[in-house]
Design a protein around this ligand. Structure first.
Ligand code: F6R
Length: 607
């Protein structure tokens, strides 16, 4: 899996496809390939390595083409395992994202039937299955092949006998069709399309489409039949330049700096000063339904899950509704009890994370109510939820999420305010929060001004092989997110702990070689926090304390990082932003590729 790009029209396909694949590079990949269909028949070029290193053979001509960047799942990253995969007769080329669960059985059947498999991949089976189908049309062949497949796919197929078309299908892995002027595009991510068109149609699970230069036709693949289906086409209000790094050395840095503007966008039009509440039109819930909520359960993965924990604590504090967050990747597997009076909230930047999507589907299947906090408009999670809060962070390209997480946090604050104000949150507390939310963009600006000081602290942290990030209650998810960001781009071992739990085990690891980054907001726990940090200092552990200017650290031997204070409920996000900058500068000092951390992909569309 990773990136898919396809083109059919009047231009040469290969350069356009390579350009599109370059725009998907940030998602992480290990090999690349392109196939074109033209007068010379079906031609394929593929190899392990970067898009820019792919050498196209002479006369690689064709106005129909598909391309792929691969992130290895079945078999190592090498030239033969790279996509596109081609059938034994050389007629069919396939690119595929997702995982075919019954690949081993399909491979065995094909071998028994005399097919010589050339790669280790699950995808290759699809190429042979399409070629062996006896259906008359390419759509029929692809449908018959997919009927034999268990698993997930976003797939694009070309066939030498059907020179004018690409057939695509989706089940669990995103595909977006881009509508051009007498040409059609397809890609797994908008980033590959926006330079050519912003008029798009999102394919849904269980759908297939045929793309020709003159348009596209969508089919529902239900009960083994192909039924033509109408598909809404939307023109997105997206500035293609927002996908460019511009003068920035990395997307992550650009996105960190964009946070003041991003938070302004998520707040815009949503604060109701008069009633001291938040206007969240996308929730589609009236006051009576909102009051009936007895519990809130937040589901997300990775950093989105950690922000979900921050959100749960805000909802519990402000709305006094029991709330917690759980990793969406685990939720479905414990056969969860779905309660009718629980509000489930799925949180995702991409809206394509398969674990989050499957959790949403499980909740809906059991009759639960689920809303989405999603950044990418029209993404699978957003569509599956049907209602929720869009985050308006703008395109996030770096693998390490920053501005989208900040806007998730603000989204949760708006939700907590809204839920609180239909319950017991007073008008004065509502106003206090609104004022706090309005202060966030300028306070984030203030933190960003101190980047040089943070760079210096990060430089010292980068030298350590292993670090702790600690915090308590509101500060604990901040520590978890801080450790996550640090480890994913610096490749240092960074472990998050509750400060209160250190003495129950991890203190054994504290030494002059193991620094601790401690989150110490000015709140009801400050004294206890500082007390626990003395235990670290007494054992020679270097300390970086991320705190508020009003906190007195006394005699504690520590480097302090001061962050402006807001209302206690909103402080966690400001503390988190300083940790993003620490992680960024540590990774920069270590010379890592900031936007493409090893082994990671931007949106994880396989389980
Ligand atoms: C960390 C990071 C990941 C994502 C996670 C969920 O910086 O980016 O942990 O937060 O993969 O992704 P989304 O939010 O797209 O569902």
């Amino acid at each position: 899996m990773c990136g898919i790009v396809g083109y059919v029209g009047s231009q040469q396909a290969a350069p356009l496809i390579l350009e599109g694949l370059t725009r998907l590079e940030h998602r992480g990949y290990d090999s690349v390939g392109v196939a074109v269909l033209g007068a010379g028949g079906l031609r394929v070029a593929k190899q392990a390595g970067r898009v820019r290193d792919l050498e196209l053979p002479k006369r690689f001509a064709g106005r129909v083409g598909i391309g792929h960047t691969r992130w290895a799942t079945h078999g190592p990253a090498n030239d033969t395992n790279a996509h596109p995969h081609v059938s034994a007769d050389g007629a069919v080329a396939v690119v595929h994202n997702g995982i075919i669960d019954n690949a081993a059985a399909l491979r065995a059947e094909l071998v028994d039937a005399g097919v010589e498999l050339t790669s280790d991949t699950d995808t290759e089976t699809l190429a042979h299955l399409v070629a062996r189908s006896e259906a008359d049309s390419l759509e029929g062949k692809v449908r018959e092949a997919l009927a034999q497949v268990d698993g997930t796919y976003g797939v694009a197929v070309m066939h030498a006998d059907f020179l004018d078309r690409i057939v695509v299908a989706r089940n669990g892995s995103p595909l977006i069709i881009g509508v051009g002027e007498k040409e059609m595009h397809v890609a797994s991510d908008l980033a590959a399309l926006v330079r050519y068109t912003t008029t798009v149609a999102h394919l849904d699970d269980g759908e297939m489409a045929t793309l020709t230069a003159s348009g596209f036709t969508t089919y529902a693949v239900a009960g083994g039949q192909l039924g033509e289906k109408s598909k809404a086409v939307t023109t997105l209000d997206i500035d293609p330049d927002s996908y460019e790094a511009g003068e920035h050395s990395s997307y992550m840095h650009k996105e960190i700096l964009e946070q003041p503007a991003a938070t302004e966008r998520v707040l815009r039009g949503r604060l109701d000063e008069r009633f001291a509440t938040a206007h969240l039109g996308g929730l589609n819930m009236d006051a009576r339904e909102t009051r009936a909520i007895r519990r809130v359960k937040i589901l997300g993965c990775g950093s989105a899950y950690y922000v979900g924990q921050m959100g749960a604590s805000m909802i519990e504090e402000l709305a006094r509704i029991p709330a917690d967050a759980e990793a969406a990747s685990e939720f479905r597997y414990r056969n969860p009890v779905i309660e009718p009076d629980t509000l489930y909230v799925a949180v995702s930047q991409s809206g394509e994370t398969i674990d989050t999507l499957l959790a949403v589907q499980e909740i809906k299947r059991k009759g639960g109510r689920v809303i989405g906090l999603v950044n990418v408009v029209g993404s699978a999670v957003a569509r599956e939820c049907g209602s929720g809060i869009y985050l308006h962070a703008g395109p996030e390209v770096a693998v390490a999420s920053t501005k989208a997480l900040t806007n998730m946090y603000v989204g949760f604050a708006l939700l907590a305010l809204h839920l609180g104000r239909v319950r017991d949150l007073s008008i004065s507390d509502g106003r206090r929060l609104i004022e706090g939310l309005n202060r966030l963009p300028s306070q984030i600006e203030e933190i960003l001004k101190h980047e040089d000081a943070l760079r210096e602290v990060a430089g010292r942290l980068a030298d350590a092989e292993s670090l702790f990030f600690v915090g308590r209650v509101r500060g604990y998810p901040v520590a978890r997110e801080g450790a996550q960001k640090f480890k994913e781009i610096s490749y240092r071992h960074a472990e998050a702990y509750q400060t209160s739990e250190l003495k129950h085990g991890p203190l054994a690891l504290i030494s002059p070689d193991v620094p601790t980054v401690a989150i110490v907001p000015d709140d009801e726990l400050t004294d206890r926090n500082v007390g626990a940090l003395h235990e670290i200092a007494a054992r020679g552990g270097p300390l970086v304390v991320v705190t508020h200017p009003t906190v007195d650290l006394g005699e504690l031997a520590a480097t302090r990082v001061d962050v402006p204070a807001n209302e206690v409920e909103l402080d966690p996000i400001l503390l988190t932003i300083s940790l993003q900058i620490l992680a960024y500068h540590a990774a920069l000092k270590l010379g890592h590729d900031i936007d493409k951390p090893r082994n990671l992909a931007k949106s994880v569309t396989v389980e």
